[in-house]
Write a protein that binds this ligand. Structure first.
Ligand code: ZN
Ligand code: ZN
Length: 145
């Protein structure tokens, strides 16, 4: 599969992200932390490689758990990415990506945290938080956020 290089930026354009993806698909996270952070489910691209951040003087990284942290622009407030503390794993905001094109939302995680007052009609693989952690970190203690 061809590698796609995508660019993302915040609302004011001060923070920019370049990243490579082998597979581009949108994931939705319904967890409490994502919803409070983004004012909705966090729609992101998993599997980013070779992530390059620019405009990092405007980037603030908030440690939201022992497992992960969230990057946002301190000038315009845009939520840009979730990443693991070691920066090995990134989930980059799909809404921040330029020219994302024709992609599908394939997975919803923390479906057990989704409130009843919204639902996506997309045909997705739905995973609970426990199922998601079992997939990505089977030996870890269950992290949050
Ligand atoms: Zn900004
Ligand atoms: Zn989440």
């Amino acid at each position: 599969m061809a590698i796609r290089t995508l660019q993302a930026k915040c609302l004011c354009g001060g923070v920019r992200i370049d990243a490579d993806f082998e597979d581009v698909a949108v994931n939705a996270c319904h967890c409490d932390t994502c919803r409070r952070w983004t004012s909705g489910p966090f729609l992101s691209l998993h599997g980013a490689e070779n992530v390059v951040l620019a405009g990092t003087d405007l980037l603030t990284v908030y440690k939201s758990s022992q497992w992960g942290e969230r990057g946002f622009c301190k000038a315009c407030g845009s939520a840009l990415f979730w990443r693991s503390h070691d920066e090995a794993i990134y989930a980059i905001s799909a809404a921040a990506v330029d020219n994302l094109g024709d992609v599908e939302m394939t997975r919803e995680i923390f479906i057990d945290s989704k409130p009843d007052w919204y639902a996506f009609a997309n045909d997705t693989e739905k995973m609970t938080g426990a199922e998601f952690f079992a997939m990505v970190a089977p030996t870890q203690e269950e992290p949050n956020g």
